[in-house]
Design a protein around this ligand. Structure first.
Ligand SMILES: C[S@@+](CC[C@H](N)C(=O)[O-])C[C@H]1O[C@@H](n2cnc3c(N)ncnc32)[C@H](O)[C@@H]1O
Length: 352
């Protein structure tokens, strides 16, 4: 039996009802410092890893985000202290790609990275071209915050409609998912927002961590914009998935055997963009754009493509553009959200 499974079995046997909310199991499966999937250091992403991301398709994604940064810098009136802030920077590949294409005089690049092992890996790749922030609360006055595939990697609570009520899924000592009362008041609060006219057994994920995260970004002391790219659905689309969207990824294969080989596979759930946007707007962030990645990136790239004046993209770049934008590859399942952050902040630990 794996070390992580032993740790979890001990936690389950000492829990009051001999079971743990699924969210706690997923949190450790992903982030246990030694035995979690992401805990010990960045795994390979791409052909030799477990899954692809827009970053692993090649440097074009970073080049396009450099254009986005320039656009947001100009909207802010070209401030001298503009900073790109990335979270979920993994091995630093996206930062490297953006920096190679960035055309903003004096701009800085900061990474929010809580894991010291990841910081070391990022430092080895990027050296003194970036700075690290302990938290988004240290953001400078003017910034573009960006992340790719971050909230899909947050642990989720699982809830199931039982006909008369929603219940939470917990993991018991025999490694079965059993229903029980919601484990926190925040979860009860979210459950109240869910529909009730569903077939019994309908299962959904609730990501309280994503709501905490967007509130923290909204409260951070910077003006500018927030860019979030991830695969996700609108609330209505979740209703067409009665089994939920939680998946296990290993060697480019995906299935719903979530509790198999915990810590060795990536576990991930689609982002509920409707709920995320509602929370962002409740915290005074304003939706500037929200669309399928294909359409969003095509609009972003349009002025640059026009400057090529009929010369067209080279074959490699064209293939990357197709991977990022084609509806059957990453263009439709991935969504891009751009939020404006216009509040004027005068307090905070901001960088000078
Ligand atoms: C699916 S990977 C995406 C990596 C990279 N952004 C890409 O697109 O290739 C998710 C990453 O988010 C990181 N992560 C999860 N929670 C985080 C947090 N609170 N702060 C910073 N990084 C986090 C994980 O360690 C992992 O590196």
């Amino acid at each position: 039996m794996s070390a992580l499974r032993l740790i979890l079995e001990e936690m389950i046997s000492s829990a009051p009802e001999r079971r743990l909310p699924f969210e706690q199991v997923m949190r450790l499966a992903l982030y246990h410092p030694q035995h979690g999937y992401y805990g010990p250091g960045p795994r390979r992403i791409g052909r030799s890893g477990d899954f692809f991301t827009s970053v692993s398709t090649g440097p074009l994604f970073g080049r396009l985000l450099a254009l986005l940064a320039r656009q947001e810098w100009e909207k802010l009136g070209r401030p001298a202290d503009f900073t790109l802030i990335e979270q979920g920077a993994h091995d630093g590949q996206l930062a490297e790609d953006i920096l190679a294409a960035l055309d903003i005089p004096g701009a800085r690049y900061a990474i929010v990275e809580p894991n010291p092992v990841y910081r070391e890996v990022q430092k080895a790749r990027l050296g003194d071209r970036v700075i690290w922030l302990e938290s988004i609360r240290q953001a400078p006055a003017h910034a573009l915050y960006l992340c790719n595939e971050l909230p899909d990697a947050f642990p989720v609570h699982l809830v199931r409609w039982q006909g008369g009520m929603w219940q939470e899924l917990h993991v018991d000592a025999s490694w079965h998912c059993v229903t029980g009362a919601p484990s926190t008041p925040e979860l009860v609060n979210e459950i109240e927002k869910l529909p009730r006219d569903l077939a019994p057994g309908h299962t959904m994920e609730i990501c309280l961590a994503a709501l905490d995260w967007i509130r923290e970004i909204a409260a951070a002391p910077f003006r500018g914009a927030v860019f979030i790219a991830d695969y996700g659905l609108d609330a209505e689309e979740f209703l067409a998935r009665p089994e939920g969207t939680l998946r296990r990824y290993r060697n480019h294969r995906t299935d719903d055997r979530i509790l198999d080989d915990l810590g060795e596979s990536d576990l991930t759930a689609h982002v509920n963009f409707t709920r995320l946007i509602a929370e962002a707007e409740a915290c005074r962030l304003k939706t500037a754009d929200y669309d399928h990645q294909g359409r969003f990136l095509t609009r972003l790239a349009a002025p640059w493509l026009r400057t090529l004046e009929g010369r067209g993209l080279d074959g490699t770049t064209l293939r990357q553009f197709q991977s990022l934008t084609h509806p059957a590859i990453l263009g439709r399942s991935f969504r891009c959200l751009l939020l404006e952050k216009t509040d004027d902040f005068t307090t905070g630990e901001g960088l000078n």
